[in-house]
Design a protein around this ligand. Sequence first.
Ligand code: ZN
Length: 193
Amino acid sequence: MICGIVGVLHDENKYLVKRYGSVKGIGKTMFLTWLCALDKTFGRRVITNYTTCFTEKMTLRQAIEKIKEENIRNATLGMTEFHQILSNYEKKSRKEFYSEFIRQIRKYNINLYWDSQLEGDINKTMRNETDFIWTTEKYHKDNNSLCVIDICERPHYIKAFKVRPEPYIPLPFCIDCEIFGQMYNTREILVRE
Ligand SMILES: [Zn+2]
């Protein structure tokens, strides 16, 4: 299964997912981490391209190599800033890469979860291969107001919404940032592939 988490949808969507403020710091990576943590509880091996307290860290390229070499099944890949990863691959081989990559992960029963600020930054082929697209919103715990500030020190919680394919479905509970924020370094600078 492939799931994406975005701040802004590719086209004008009737759900108007991002109406105000920043599309940064709205909980995309936190939700990504939450999905990965859930898979971990199901006994999956979880690999991320950022540091968490419960995953192995490697780049997407390294992860795919490892999956092939070690014949790994039932793993989950959590890839943040996915558009940056894709843009680093050479254009001429990108198309082959997508088909090869997708074929491999389906064959090996790998879950791929990615996040990106803009859905439109993700190649159409990749978007079409993505089974579910989610978005998130961040709220203040003290008064339930929407947080529109990228870097805000108040305590928050995250609401997540599945937006593609329709229908739009909100996750029926909230994710506490104070708890899940401890599972990864929210200020980590990513190493390029
Ligand atoms: Zn805030």
